[in-house]
Design a binder for this molecule. Structure first.
Ligand code: TMO
Length: 313
């Protein structure tokens, strides 16, 4: 589909250093935008780096699971935040189907799971054990959930399988999906005023850890296959009877045609590796400082010149 625009003759080759051979296509590099702040800011950061190298960049808002199929087909060029917990299954399926490449891990270590702000533990001191949480279910009851506890899960496209986990482990909780990440922060903020116990989906790296000290609920430890093989995890008859990986990866992925079409940008993508602190800061600029994502990216780039210039040079 996309073709390299540079055609070099053998005569030219003799005089051109190898590094100058491959020139990036003027076709736009298509970068997907999802529904959590670090991904949106990071996408703008990397997009602005590519633009600074002379590339054209186009941002498209896409579903965070379907994006792996779009990358495989070359409709989207890359993904900067492949979180193991939320997207490992969709990413593995796309890898098996072909057309997408693993461009390596960020330095960051990730975790995505049921989480509570620390005041919740005053009311339920057995935390962070999931069994203790379950015994405290009534503390989390609302008009909406009757005498069962309320767990506010992430938006549906993050496929957190909260309902399946509740069923697999026989928990007294009702799973409600938040409409957006902002709804999660609103839930924690509203509970903060009267230190009401609350349990919601959260993740790290994120801005939230600096705003609300808290802990992840400890579920049965993740085992590979917990999402595909009922034998894995404590319930022999159910999937999703484990927590998410507690030390998950954060990967970069790309369309397999990216290297040929935009070799310089691809070489930079290979170098890119953000830390937990850098990613939490990207989210903070939007969720706390209330900047627009493109402006947050400009600020991040201005404050971290040595970090990203080392990848470009
Ligand atoms: C995919 N997420 C980082 C929001 O869990």
């Amino acid at each position: 589909m996309k073709k390299m625009t540079t055609a070099l003759t053998a005569g030219v080759l003799a005089f051109v250093p190898l590094t100058a051979m491959a020139e990036d296509s003027s076709d736009p590099i298509v970068i997907p935008i999802h529904n959590w702040s670090s991904q949106i800011v990071m996408s703008n950061v990397v997009g602005q780096i590519f633009e600074g190298m002379g590339n054209n960049v186009e941002y498209v808002t896409t579903d965070s699971q379907a994006v792996y199929e779009s990358i495989r087909l070359g409709d989207v060029t890359l993904e900067l935040e492949v979180w193991e917990g939320a997207f490992g299954a969709s990413f593995r399926a796309a890898l098996e189907a072909g057309g997408i490449v693993d461009v390596g891990d960020h330095n960051a270590v990730t975790r995505e799971d049921w989480w509570y702000p620390m005041w919740t533990k005053d009311a339920c001191p057995g935390l962070p054990s999931w069994e203790a949480l379950n015994e405290c279910a009534a503390l989390f009851a609302t008009a909406e959930t009757g005498d069962q506890g309320r767990y506010l899960d992430g938006p549906v496209d993050w496929l957190k399988h909260g309902q399946e986990r509740v069923e697999a482990l026989g928990m007294d909780f009702v799973v409600v999906n938040a409409g957006s990440a902002a709804a999660l922060w609103a839930e924690i903020g509203a509970a903060e005023a009267d230190q009401r116990p609350v349990v919601v989906f959260n993740w790290t790296p994120n801005f939230a850890e600096a705003v609300w000290p808290g802990e992840f609920v400890e579920f049965p430890a993740w085992e590979d296959g917990c999402d595909t093989d009922p034998a894995m995890g404590p319930n022999p008859d159910a999937l999703f009877d484990c927590g998410n990986p507690a030390d998950g990866y954060l990967k970069k992925a790309a369309w397999e045609g990216m290297e040929e079409n935009w070799p310089a940008a691809y070489a930079v993508l290979e170098q890119i590796s953000f830390t937990n602190a850098q990613i939490a800061e990207m989210a903070r600029l939007v969720d706390v400082e209330e900047m627009e994502p493109d402006e947050a990216a400009e600020v991040w780039l201005a404050e971290n010149t040595d970090v990203w210039q080392a990848w470009v040079n």
